[in-house]
Write a protein that binds this ligand. Sequence first.
Ligand code: FES
Length: 203
Amino acid sequence: MAVDKLDDNKNPAHSGDPINGEEPSRRDFIHLLAGATAAVGAAGVVWPMISQMNPDASVLALSSVEVDLADIPVGAAIKVIWQKKPVFIRRRTEAEISEAENTRLADVQDTDARNENLDGAQAEDVNRRFKAEWMIVVGVCTHLGCIPLGTDDGDTRGDFNGWFCPCHGSHYDISGRIRKGPAPENLLVPPYEFLTDTRIKIG
Ligand code: FES
C-alpha cells in the first residue's frame, strides 16, 4: 500500500504562516485537512471512531482515530489528522533509534517528555514512545503553531534529523525534541495506545 502524502504546496509551514494566522493560512490548513482526510481515507489506514450513543457524532468523529501502521516502510513517515491537528508517525530505522536513545538530557532544550501518556517524565527517548520503532508526535510547532517539515519525501529534516519548522527556524530531533531555535517545548506526544502490534488508536 502506498504511504499517504500530503501536497507540499498546501502545507502552511511551506508558506511560513502560522496554523492560526491570517486568512490565507487558514484556507491552506483547511486544504491540508481535506487533503489528509482524503489521502488516508482512500488508503484505508484511518477509521474515525464514531459513537452511536452520542448525539453529536461529528465531534466524536474527531476525538480518536485508529491507524494501521503495517504498510509504513522503515524510515518513512506519514501524517494523519487527529482532533483537527496533524500527527506525524515515523517508523524509525535502527540508526535513528540509536541516535535518539544516545542523546543526553543535557543536550536537549526542554527536559520534559511532553508525553500525554506519561505525566512528569523526563525527555529521554524511552519516555517519548511506547515502541522504539514508532515515534508519534503532534505536528504543530510549539513556538507559534506552524506545521514542521520532515515527514514528506524530500523534506528537510533540520539539523537534528527529525523535523524542521521554517517559520522561525526550530529544529526537532528524531525523538521530536526541540534542539535548536525558538520553540519552547518538545513536540507533544498525543495520547495513544497500541491495539495490536501494528495498529494504534490516537485519542
Ligand atoms: S512557529 Fe515554528 S519556529 Fe516559529
